[in-house]
Design a protein around this ligand. Structure first.
Ligand code: AMP
Ligand code: MG
Length: 186
């Protein structure tokens, strides 16, 4: 079993100017593949051009550090998603992400673009946020807090998809061997 650790960034707005969840669109897919030994095998990173709200809010630019130029020069979701699936290739894989946001955002964008949502994204999903909390016996927390808890630095820029994916992958590398050991003992 190999692991695709994925982190998405999406259009967003300040809490004073909220928009419906359904209007959020992926603007970056960042992913790291871990092989059976949990070593980093390769990476995928791409910006995505949003179509419903092509102009990023100041809030979104501030949060993610993704610029208008980054997304203006990117392909739309259907093209990037096709490349992402091609990069993943044939399984078996598990999809790892922090919480449930990324899987539901993939569902949303697939539906909007008339694409088939790969069922295994959900059936083979590992919610690293939930697993981390159970593993360490702590409340569910953000990725930055989890790294802090493990005494690991946050490498790169938080809220950039590729950097978040790399950092989540580092947590997975610590956590999964322990989880596998405890599963074997039961
Ligand atoms: P993250 O993986 O934590 O960088 O978050 C993924 C996406 O969730 C971001 O690209 C935003 O669309 C949204 N998001 C994260 N944090 C916030 C926030 N504080 N306010 C609004 N949207 C957010
Ligand atoms: Mg992120």
């Amino acid at each position: 079993m190999r692991f695709v650790v994925v982190d998405l960034e999406a259009t967003c707005w300040a809490s004073e100017r909220p928009r419906p969840r359904s209007q959020m669109e992926i603007i970056e897919i960042g992913a790291v593949r871990l092989d059976e030994s949990l070593e980093v095998a390769d990476e995928f990173g791409s910006f995505v051009r949003p179509m419903v709200h092509p102009e990023l809010s100041e809030f979104c630019i501030g949060l993610t550090s993704i610029t208008q130029t980054d997304v203006d020069g990117a392909d739309r979701f259907s093209e990037v998603f096709a490349r992402f699936l091609e990069w993943i290739g044939n399984g078996p894989h598990s999809l790892c992400s922090w919480g449930l946001f990324d899987v539901s955002q993939f569902q949303l964008d697939c539906r909007r673009s008339g694409l088939l949502f790969p069922e295994w994204f959900e059936t083979k999903h590992i919610n690293v946020k939930g697993e981390f909390a159970a593993w360490r016996g702590v409340k569910r927390c953000g990725m930055a807090e989890a790294l802090d808890h493990l005494g690991m630095p946050l490498v790169g820029t938080h809220h950039r998809g590729i950097d978040d994916a790399r950092n989540i992958a580092r947590i997975v590398q610590q956590m999964l061997p322990d989880l596998a050991d405890s599963a074997a003992e039961q």
